[in-house]
Design a protein around this ligand. Sequence first.
Ligand code: GAL
Length: 476
Amino acid sequence: MHISSILRSSSHDKIHLIMTKRILPPKDRFQFPKNFVWGTATASAQIEGAAFEDGKCPSIWDTFARQPGKVAQGQNLDVACDHYHKFRSDFKLMKSLGIKNYRFSFSWCRLFPENNQTPNPKGVRFYRHLIEAMLENGITPWATMYHWDLPQYFQDQGGWLTRKMPEAFAPYVNFLVQTYGDLVKNWFTLNEVSCFIGGSYSPEGVQAPGLSKSPAEVNQATHYALLAHGYGVRAVREYGRKGSKVGMAENAHTFIPVLEDEDSIEAAREIYQIKNASMLGAMLRGGYDRYYQKLIPDRKERAQVEKGDFALMGEAVDFVGINIYTGGFVEKNSKGKAVEIPFPANYPRADSPWLRLNPRALYWGTRLAQDCYGAKAIHITENGFGYNDPDEVTGTYNDVHRKEYYRLYLEQAHRAIQDGVPLQGYFAWSFMDNFEWQDGYTRRFGMIHTDYKTLKRTPKLSAVWYSKVIHKNGLI
Ligand code: GAL
């Protein structure tokens, strides 16, 4: 026999030997701490539908969606996922996947459709049934007090541009905690001030109510939203049952040191504190610090502050909730200045153009909240990936793109925990495909596919995977 064929046959035997041995899954490399909170998130306007049923008044989004050109394909929120009627089967589905924590929001329009004084019994009953159904399915409610669906009647009086808004928010949130505090222990005040003010009142504003206001007006409106947040915290302190907890769900601007060396990290700390100074920083520090002045160098554009405002916006929270989808890279340039690095045009991203692949956002987004603001408990209140996926599916829809994003990001969440970041929970956005604001139903973020013609729900691969992650309390 020729020498080379001997080699070939012996190596073949070796391969055979290896192949017969089972390859086991990697050992617990990404195991999460005991009691880690695994959940999913949604919001009332995006899933409920029943936009004009049982007395609900129009929200600013109902109005906005009816203005030509504001929402993709002229779509509206009238039916959405019809969760209003289907919540019982939705919670059964959630239970079947092992999801035990659910972040949802209350619709102010359903609860106070005529004015801010007279609750609508049908709306009040709806949320009681909704929460009871969660609990019956072993699902812990995490309630958001306000997720963008402002009653139109408030907008007609100036909306967040006026101080009347936080003053109206106070009795609303008191009512929420008084009415549902027997069932709900975990509260989020506001969802993403930078979107419902910055993305809605500024010249770039593409969200409801779609106004184009000056920087001074935007900063003032932001200030009013922070006061509303403070009233939300106070409501839980005053009316929440023992052990109730409250925080915000803010989409902090996240910055990632492009190199994980001291210079880049220093740059990330600096830019992070400047860019978050008017929202997350203001809430956690209870005021506007020197970073706020760097962010808004023109005095005339800064918010007018009244006595007691800082104490209100800075009410101590029990946890810091942060929505993290993406982040920007930063470095120190040759002059020692902290700078953002522009993304190349072909940098990988989801179909949502703003949603660039940046898994380390989960590491640095939580780490900087701890380092800069002393956060002692952190929840990632949203994280997900939007694609223009098919309208109809049969069987499991193989959204490996979404599933791999989740996996990469969660590896970084795990890394943060290993490094001592007090990350206690993670809420995937979103439980099911839903009304994605100005993108209507064209952009899907769900782990469950929603067929908008039949309203059929079908778990995607990402849901099957997430269910296994929850079961193992670790990544697979
Ligand atoms: C967040 C928002 C959610 C959802 C998500 C995906 O900003 O809180 O409601 O739409 O983005 O874009």
